[in-house]
Design a protein around this ligand. Structure first.
Ligand code: GRF
Length: 217
C-alpha cells in the first residue's frame, strides 16, 4: 500500500477523484494527509469529509521558499508519506525539494505536455487553433510542468468550444487519468528511464489479471 500525501491550493476536484479511487476495494494507495498552502482551499473540506488528516502550511507565514518547503517536508515526514500528488497546488516547488522527492511526486496538468506549460492552457490552445487538447499526469522535475509522462488523455476541440467549457471537459478527463496513473505507480508498474516513464506490463498472476497467453500444460 502506497502512503500518499496530496497537496492542494483550491477546489480539489482531482483530490476528490483520488479520494474516491482510494476508497475502492483493492486500490493500491491510500491518502495519509492533505496539505494546503491556502487555508480557504475547498480541498481541505473534501479531505475532512473523507476523514483524512489535513494541514495548512501557508506560504505567507514563511520568509522564503526554502523555509516554506522545509515545513511541508516536516509535515510529510510526520504523516509518513512516501509519495506526493500535486492536485492544483499553485506554488512552484524548488529544485532541492523536488530532488529530495525524486520520482516520488506526481502532477496533473491541463494540456497535452510538452505543449502549453503554465496557466490558461485552454485559452492558449484555442488561440493556437489546435484540434486536440487534453491533460497529462507526469512525474515532477524541477522545471515547471516538466517530467516523465505517465498518462495523457485527449479530446477533439469543437469549433463551438470556449475556454470555459473546454476546461470543464478536460477536467472530467483529469478525474479519470489521475487515479489511473497513481494506481500504476503504486503497483510498481512505472519505471523511469531518463526523461521517459515506461509502463511495465502487468505480470500474471500478481495483479490478478488474466494472462493473455493460455497456460501451457
Ligand atoms: C486542474 O486543472 C489541474 O490540472 C491543475 O489545476 C487544476 C486543479 O483543479 N493543475 P482541482 O483543484 O483539482 O479541481
Amino acid at each position: 500500500m502506497l502512503d500518499v500525501a496530496v497537496l492542494v491550493s483550491g477546489q480539489g476536484s482531482n483530490l476528490q477523484a483520488l479520494i474516491d479511487a482510494c476508497a475502492q476495494d483493492g486500490f493500491p494507495a491510500r491518502i495519509v494527509a492533505v496539505i494546503s498552502n491556502n487555508p480557504g482551499a475547498y480541498g481541505l473540506e473534501r479531505a475532512k469529509k473523507a476523514g483524512i488528516a489535513t494541514s495548512v502550511i501557508n506560504h505567507r507565514d514563511y520568509d522564503d521558499r526554502e523555509s516554506f518547503e522545509e515545513a511541508i517536508d516536516q509535515e510529510l515526514k510526520k504523516y509518513k508519506a512516501k509519495f506526493i500528488c500535486l492536485a492544483g497546488f499553485m506554488r512552484i516547488l524548488d529544485g532541492r525539494f523536488v530532488n529530495r522527492w525524486k520520482d516520488r511526486i506526481l502532477n496533473i496538468h491541463p494540456s497535452l505536455l510538452p505543449a502549453f506549460r503554465g496557466l490558461h492552457t485552454q485559452e492558449r490552445a484555442l488561440e493556437a487553433g489546435v484540434r486536440f487538447t487534453g491533460c497529462t499526469v507526469h512525474i515532477v522535475r524541477p522545471e515547471m510542468d516538466d517530467g516523465p509522462i505517465i498518462l495523457q488523455a485527449a479530446l477533439a476541440v469543437d469549433p463551438e468550444d470556449d475556454a470555459d467549457n473546454l476546461s470543464r471537459k478536460v477536467l472530467e478527463l483529469e478525474h479519470v487519468i489521475y487515479p489511473e496513473a497513481l494506481k500504476l505507480v503504486a503497483l510498481g508498474r512505472v519505471r523511469i528511464s531518463g526523461n521517459k516513464a515506461v509502463i511495465e506490463k502487468a505480470s500474471y498472476p500478481e495483479h490478478g489479471l488474466i494472462s493473455p497467453e493460455p497456460t501451457k500444460v
